[in-house]
Design a protein around this ligand. Sequence first.
Ligand SMILES: [Zn+2]
Ligand SMILES: [Zn+2]
Length: 190
Amino acid sequence: MPQKSRASLRATPPGAITLACPFYKFNPKTYQPCARLKLSKISYVKQHLVRAHIVPPHCPRCFEVFSTLLERDAHLRRTEEEHCEVRPGTVEGITEATKEKLSQRSDQSVDEAEQWRDIWKIIFDEPPPHCPYIDQDLPEEINLYNDYLFSEVPKRVSSSTERRELVQRTLEEVAREWKHLWRQGKVSAI
Ligand SMILES: [Zn+2]
Ligand SMILES: [Zn+2]
């Protein structure tokens, strides 16, 4: 049988993939339930972000999170005289400013993956992953394992964006090759 070219390994059959929630790709451990969504269009990704990832009410000084705005305001009032401790930090989620940017129409002159990476850049400071999809052919725990590697390894290897992208692309390439072997029945333990 002729050896398949690298290019053909890259091709993923249509219909077997879904766009990922960017928060899941950013932190698969925390946002694993988002991996079960079927986001077939960029507009669904944006809709999901605004519905599920709005930043919770929090104190901008100490970053304590509250379940309601009333509770947060009570905290701010209580600390008017005696301020809470200013701590470095952040609360993950979509802010009003981010929401405003997301409401703008995506650039239709670039492909879907690039539009997804543009969304990522609005939300995170980290470089976006190369692959914005979740492969629905694979079991959820395999995807979680892959996405966990893709999100953790580049961060731990280097602080240089270029190197991180190289590590990420290499991991993705290896994962595609692994999937190819799996498809051919050469990985039979699953
Ligand atoms: Zn999500
Ligand atoms: Zn506070």
